[in-house]
Design a protein around this ligand. Structure first.
Ligand code: SF4
Length: 261
């Protein structure tokens, strides 16, 4: 255990301490405590760009990463260009899945496998998102996310400081946990933060192009993600382990783990 790591008890105490504090207060504390061993993870949604703005104001050298799944909408790349202009020198790393794994995934199951079953969708998310995330987190002591309690039932009890037992017990920080969607948008407007162009077209939660669509009035914000699925979590496995057992044999084959292939 390195000197900067926390245990569950300390994380719980810090969560209580930072409850009621502004997101940038937690960010400032974390950036000071973890330095280069901390990075901000973003998928360029409203919370992610708000956090980039806050973190850049504290230290323009802050590390930021995102995962380029290979299936992102063109508008996401437009936003990346806008962010690079707005925040000169922004240290934004775009992480790609391993080409060999993607090739095996597509060769075995076709490019749009996610339409056929929840297991195949989770397999695609695992290869294109979860594996690159795991590689990124392996080099960190702490990561920052834009998760909020008001996003979906599976997120309603997140704490501001957690130990991420799905990722080698590094620290997971959720500075926006107690903010509402309206509070995030107020911050964005007040600080002229660039936002994803698809929000103007009725999208409320944006991921890969084939798996995201605009929602109808009154639908929950994440209803546009994997909209064809029923009774499946609106999650990809980046923020919570999803083990159905159904796709794991196939996953090992794709990852090149011969023992399981
Ligand atoms: Fe694949 Fe869709 Fe998941 Fe993107 S969101 S990784 S395209 S299943």
């Amino acid at each position: 255990m390195s000197a900067v790591e926390l245990d569950d008890l300390e994380a719980g105490e810090l969560s209580v301490e930072f409850e009621g504090c502004e997101p940038w207060e937690l960010l400032e504390w974390a950036m000071d405590r973890f330095g280069e061993r901390l990075a901000l993870s973003t998928s360029f949604q409203e919370g992610g760009v708000a956090l980039i703005d806050m973190a850049y104001a504290i230290d323009p050298e802050v590390r930021v990463f995102s995962i380029d799944t290979g299936r992102l909408p063109e508008e996401t790349y437009e936003l990346i260009e806008a962010l690079r202009e707005r925040y000169p020198g922004l240290r934004l790393e775009m992480l790609s899945p391993e080409a060999g794994q993607v090739q095996r995934l597509v060769d075995r199951n076709g490019p749009n496998l996610f339409r056929r079953s929840v297991d195949l969708r989770l397999l695609c998310c695992n290869v294109r998102k979860v594996q690159p995330l795991n590689r990124a987190l392996a080099g960190l002591d702490a990561w920052v996310t834009a998760l909020r309690r008001d996003q979906w039932a599976s997120r309603s009890d997140i704490r501001k400081v957690e130990i991420d037992h799905d990722h080698e017990a590094i620290v997971k920080l959720n500075p926006l946990a107690e903010w509402t969607e309206d509070e995030v948008w107020d911050y964005i407007r007040e600080n002229a933060v660039p936002v994803h162009p698809l929000y103007e077209r009725g999208f409320t939660s944006i991921g890969c192009a084939p798996c995201t669509r605009a929602i109808a009035a009154g639908e929950p914000a994440r209803a546009g993600r994997w909209w064809w699925e029923t009774n499946a979590p609106k999650e990809c496995g980046m923020h919570c382990a999803i083990e159905t057992g159904g796709f794991e044999h196939e996953l090992h084959a794709i990852l090149g783990d011969k023992a399981h292939a």
